[in-house]
Design a binder for this molecule. Structure first.
Ligand SMILES: Cc1cc2nc3c(=O)[nH]c(=O)nc-3n(C[C@H](O)[C@H](O)[C@H](O)COP(=O)(O)OP(=O)(O)OC[C@H]3O[C@@H](n4cnc5c(N)ncnc54)[C@H](O)[C@@H]3O)c2cc1C
Length: 455
């Protein structure tokens, strides 16, 4: 289904999701214009220091491959085959993410954004307008008003459809909130985050295993590190914004140094610019946003973080936004380009999945914060891991269903909850810990396989 008579489509926001969406719609022949409030990152970011990365997994790759950009992005992506857990006693424990060659990939956020912009513009005829902040949208007529940062002049546009890909604090959503029957919730979690850095070693190579996502789990706070192609790692420190310990408490170089030396001793030794990074890099909050409906008739629709911002503990925010684009594209085919059908159907189909991944990401945050020291939880994970080792074809963990499949998030969540309940029951009825010690666990799993893997 090609762009019907070259309808005009306005996308608000040239972030990751807005740019991928622009590629998809441009490829279909729509006349696509993307308005972005910031400057053109391709000009502004040259040599602009910090390298920030994120994890791309199967849902993200599916959406990139479908438009022919997967291999371009893969060239700079680094596979992370598992999580490397660093204990406070400096013990390392590697846990593979999946089986065989399964991996999630560290990709540069800025690099990926630039690739998408470049291809949208050069291959798919998309026009980008920068320094233009969306101020208002008329939902009935798909007219919008933008303010140019430089000239301070207002710019009015008329479109056939407006798609709001303007992120967690979406202006388009803010305008939709004035509608009757628009549901909206915004929940901050108690943790904020800050990006830090582990630089390359003297030889230019990575100083930690580069094919792992490194995690220093410490209950209510946690440090993670993802590799970059230049030999460095981008680290993210998650910790409460107030209380003990908290960002509020770490307010001077001596406190920062003392805290890191004690809590993340092995990381501390390889973070020479820690105090400077800590001081210079912003502390940011983490928010969960849910709303409904995402669309106003066939005229305006939210997508990506604008419609469902989630916490980053499943590494699925961008991946789910990219999957939104993939699903919207299927709706265009299904409803033969009729936006009056496409947008309501997209909301209806996708909203339960967005809710499910929001719940799962929050669940993972609680797991990381509270369950790393819960013996029952660790035993359930050990049992699950052994089942996966013995029967990789028959059993898929919740993590695998979310990360390495295209199963609907809502279905993955349903199955994951059921699996967890089954494991809880088995562990309460049988002495599974002793079976591991006596090496009887494989026989037990084999005997109870039907119950254990039932989906
Ligand atoms: C610490 C952290 C780690 C993360 N790690 C991962 C990960 O490993 N894997 C993963 O899949 N996801 C991850 N995410 C989530 C991911 O970053 C987001 O889901 C993704 O960036 C959403 O893309 P988006 O295009 O919807 O929104 P954004 O990236 O926020 O882009 C929105 C764009 O809209 C522009 N804009 C905003 N308002 C206006 C306006 N009024 N007018 C015009 N333009 C406007 C903004 O400038 C921006 O360019 C992480 C998030 C965080 C916070």
């Amino acid at each position: 289904m090609e762009g019907k008579d070259k309808e005009n489509i306005t996308i608000v926001g040239a972030g990751l999701v807005g740019c991928l969406l622009a590629c998809y719609l441009g490829k279909r022949g729509y006349k696509v214009t993307v308005y972005e409030k910031r400057a053109d990152r391709r000009k502004a970011s040259a040599g602009a220091g910090r390298s920030i990365n994120l994890a791309c997994s199967d849902r993200g790759w599916q959406a990139l491959d479908h438009i022919g950009l997967g291999d371009v992005v893969r060239q700079e992506a680094i596979p992370m085959r598992g999580r490397m857990l660093h204990s406070q006693e400096e013990q390392l424990n590697f846990q593979p993410y999946g089986t065989g060659n399964q991996a999630i990939y560290s990709v540069s956020r800025g690099g990926l954004n630039s690739i998408l912009m470049e291809h949208a513009e050069n291959d798919f005829g998309v026009e980008f307008v920068f320094d233009m902040k969306c101020m208002d949208v008329d939902l009935e007529t798909a007219k919008a008003t933008f303010l140019h940062y430089g000239t301070k002049q207002e710019h009015h546009i008329q479109s056939d459809v407006i798609l709001g890909a303007d992120g967690a604090f979406s202006r388009v959503r803010g305008i939709m909130q004035r509608m009757d029957h628009f549901d909206y919730t915004q929940d901050y979690i108690e943790s904020d985050y800050k990006e830090l850095c582990i630089p390359a070693g003297a030889d230019g190579n990575h100083v930690l295993d580069k094919e792992a996502l490194h995690i220093w789990p410490r209950g209510k706070f946690m440090l993670i590190a993802l590799p970059n192609p230049d030999g460095s790692f981008t680290c993210t420190l998650f910790m409460p914004y107030e209380g003990v310990p908290s960002f509020e408490q770490l307010n001077n170089p001596a406190e920062i140094e003392k805290y890191f030396k004690e809590v993340f001793p092995d990381a501390y030794r390889i973070m020479p610019s820690l105090k400077q990074d800590f001081e210079e890099n912003p502390q940011a909050s983490l928010v969960i946003i849910r709303c409904h409906p995402w669309n106003y008739k066939g005229k305006v629709c939210l997508i990506g973080d604008a419609s469902h911002a989630i916490v980053p503990f499943y590494g699925q925010g961008m991946n789910s936004g990219f999957e939104d684009v993939y699903v919207l594209d299927q709706m265009i085919d299904k409803y033969e380009g009729d936006w009056n059908n496409i947008l309501p159907a997209f909301t209806k189909l996708r909203k339960p999945d967005a809710d499910a991944i929001a719940d799962l990401a929050l669940y993972n945050y609680r797991v990381m914060a509270d369950s790393v020291n819960d013996p029952d939880f660790l035993l359930r994970k050990k049992l699950e891991h052994r089942i996966m080792e013995l029967y990789p074809e028959k059993y898929k963990s919740l993590y695998s269903m979310v990360t390495f499949s295209h199963m609907r998030y809502s279905e993955a969540k349903r199955r994951g909850i059921a699996q967890d309940e089954r494991f809880k029951k088995i562990i309460s009825e049988h002495d599974v810990a002793s079976m591991f010690k006596r090496e009887e666990i494989d026989a037990f799993i084999h005997k109870n396989l039907d119950i254990l893997i039932h989906s």
